[in-house]
Design a protein around this ligand. Sequence first.
Ligand code: 5GP
Length: 179
Amino acid sequence: MGHSHITIHNKAFRPYLSAAQLEEAVTALAARLSADYAGRLPLFVVVLTGGFMFAADLLKRFTGPCEIVFIRVASYEGTGSTGEVQEILGLREDVQNRHLIVVEDIVDTGTTMQHLLPTLLAKGPASVEIATLFFKPASLKHELRLRYVALEIPNDFVVGYGLDYDGLGRNLPDVYVAV
Ligand code: 5GP
């Protein structure tokens, strides 16, 4: 990976996690999910847009049969969470009696998941778990059971590997942190 700072929208970022480090963490999480869901047919519910790259790498390494759908829930502006969560868009599948795994880019305050989980539970699934690439424990404001976390990170703003800063940076294979 590059070892120098990058600039996005006039904001400086430094290298934080390499593609190899991300791959290692994602591979380990995929192995756990593959073992835990063996013999079941889970429905992965990928939260767009930030989760797209993590989901692609995670699900390539998930060994059992599964189904995959994509939803949208929230908008996020600048470097602070808006706390505003929109309704679920794009979930047309019948999730009743299904084992759902919500695939998220990052759990920060937990507000997004706090709103999403009851909405999903109201549809009568057999189970709902969260699989998140990043978790910022110091930032969490809600009681959330996070069974599948690839990486815990400090309360800093990160970009790359699907995560953006005002629309840019999602394509970066490495993750950078604001300096
Ligand atoms: P929460 O609702 O848990 O506070 O925030 C979840 C959402 O906030 C994530 O899906 C993501 O879009 C955004 N978010 C939180 N922290 C970061 C961060 O460090 N970088 C980026 N790019 N987005 C973040």
